[in-house]
Design a protein around this ligand. Structure first.
Ligand code: 5GP
Ligand code: ZN
Length: 134
């Protein structure tokens, strides 16, 4: 079971990473080299608060290993995508938004609005969301 914590990422972490891309922002956060407000650290998955939150709860959930987008993550198999989504669900419970609802978003590619090329689920909640998205 992943461990829930509420402190900035440590500057040095142990653990092994199979797929680390140099200069990838989220690889840097996953390894602890770039600080972030971590909300959950698992062996394969980590979650941290978005630096520019768009809702009262805005958490990014990522695999420690680098995959460019959700399609590549799905293709990799190994249950990692399911673990990512399950982790988001767990955080929704912790954040108290599981009853009121939330949005889980994987922006993918240029038209999808993806700006960081390390797959991440946006967990957004704590306010009503509109549809369609912009
Ligand atoms: P995307 O646009 O790729 O779907 O989402 C990238 C997200 O990463 C954005 O919501 C953006 O605010 C967030 N972000 C960008 N740089 C940082 C950072 O250095 N730290 C954190 N915690 N979030 C970041
Ligand atoms: Zn990466």
């Amino acid at each position: 079971m992943p461990r829930l914590i509420g402190r900035p990422a440590p500057q040095v972490t142990s653990g092994h990473y199979y797929r680390v891309v140099p200069d990838c922002l989220f690889c840097g956060i996953a390894s602890g080299q770039i600080p972030a407000t971590i909300v959950l650290e698992g062996k394969r998955v980590i979650a941290f608060r978005d630096i520019d939150p768009q809702a009262p709860t805005h958490v990014l959930v990522i695999p420690r290993d680098h995959f460019p987008n959700v399609g590549e993550l799905a293709a990799a198999g190994d249950g990692l995508l399911a673990e990512l989504v399950g982790t988001a669900r767990e955080i929704a419970v912790t954040e108290g938004i599981d009853d009121t609802g939330y949005r889980l978003v994987f922006n993918t590619g240029q038209d999808g609005g993806q700006t960081v090329g390390h797959v991440h689920a946006h967990l957004l909640g704590g306010r009503p969301m509109t549809w369609p998205p912009g």
